[in-house]
Design a binder for this molecule. Structure first.
Ligand SMILES: [Zn+2]
Length: 333
């Protein structure tokens, strides 16, 4: 019995040395002093002994119990008063990490700033949109195959997450008479796979100018100004015919590949060009839909993906890297 008490004492001392926090200490207290703990187990074994021995050993166990109680209490007080980390006055201070804008936010703001400088007013709209604003008013009726281009995410039959920012244009044109000169930035949703060039959530900026006598030439001039502003004056660009249901004629703007400078590489698919934005003259039917006379007024519209512009500007070949929150990438900006 004497040996058991002695062993238990040594074991306790050894374990206690390793305790660094209050939770562990509490577990140890329960292990020794709890109702089913080591001390009570020893007390139970006393019954096996003779009367004299019982008295002596009982005394010994009580002493050990007292010792354990005292040591646990003392350590508990020490742990509570101890500062969390060791204070070392000679260590260099910790660097305060200063964050900065995400590359997407930066490009987003650059695009918006350009159009604001050219007199476009900022307009926003809801991210959940009616079929009328997302499609119908934009000259994409229910049966129209162009709806396939927009891989929409429906909430109800006539309600969806907007697949482009064009609904904002309709909302503004319904309320306001020309001249209308607006820029509509925002988040858009499509059920595209999340791969190197697609994301189900992405950002768009669209511009619209409707007034008397607005011409395609003005649109071309603005695009040239924009390319120079965004990618530098040496960037070459190309305007190609395209198709959108809400513009006629429609065009697509491509800029020379920043990786190969136009010679052809894997990034540009050996074409030397990267498509950047869609544009065109607002379709007369769209103007009619918002009760603006296409006989009196004309307008141009253009739209671009913010991710796309950022990928061309910073030579990034995978869209997913924008959303990974990987500091090794983000710190390069
Ligand atoms: Zn290239």
């Amino acid at each position: 019995m004497q040996r058991q008490i002695e062993e238990l004492k040594q074991e306790f001392e050894k374990i206690l040395q390793k305790v660094k926090d209050s939770d562990t200490l509490e577990k140890i207290r329960v292990r020794y002093l709890g109702r089913k703990g080591e001390i009570n187990r020893l007390f139970k074994e006393l019954s096996k002994l003779g009367i004299d021995e019982k008295r002596i050993m009982g005394n010994e166990i009580n002493k050990l119990k007292q010792l354990i109680t005292n040591r646990v209490e003392k350590l508990r007080t020490e742990l509570q008063s101890k500062p969390k980390a060791d204070y070392e006055p000679l260590l260099p201070g910790r660097t305060v990490y200063v964050g900065h804008q995400h590359p997407l936010s930066r490009v987003f703001k650059e695009i918006v700033a350009f159009f604001k400088d050219y007199g476009f007013a900022l307009k926003t709209g809801p991210e959940i949109e009616f079929d009328w604003y997302n499609f119908e008013a934009l000259n994409i009726p229910k049966h129209h195959p162009a709806r396939d281009m927009f891989s929409s995410l429906y909430i109800r039959k006539d309600l969806m997450l907007r697949s482009h920012t064009s609904p904002i244009q309709i909302r503004v044109m319904e309320k306001q008479k020309p001249p209308i000169k607006i820029i509509c930035p925002g988040r858009c949703y499509r059920y595209d796979p999340f791969d190197a060039s697609h994301s189900p959530v992405f950002h768009q900026v669209e511009a619209l100018y409707v007034d008397e006598g607005v011409s395609f030439g003005e649109l071309k001039w603005l695009l040239k100004e924009f390319v120079c502003y965004m990618f530098g004056p040496k960037t070459r660009y190309e305007l190609r015919p395209s198709y959108f249901p809400f513009t006629e004629p429609s065009g697509e703007l491509a800029v020379s590949c920043p990786v190969c400078g136009g010679d052809g590489c894997t990034v540009c698919g050996n074409t030397g060009w990267l498509e950047m934005l869609g544009c065109g003259m607002v379709h007369p039917q769209v103007l009619k839909n918002v009760k603006i006379s296409p006989r009196k007024y004309s307008g141009y519209a253009l739209g671009m993906g913010v991710e796309r512009v950022a990928m061309i500007k910073y030579v990034i070949d995978d869209i997913r890297i924008f959303y990974n929150n990987d500091l090794r990438f983000l710190e390069q900006f």
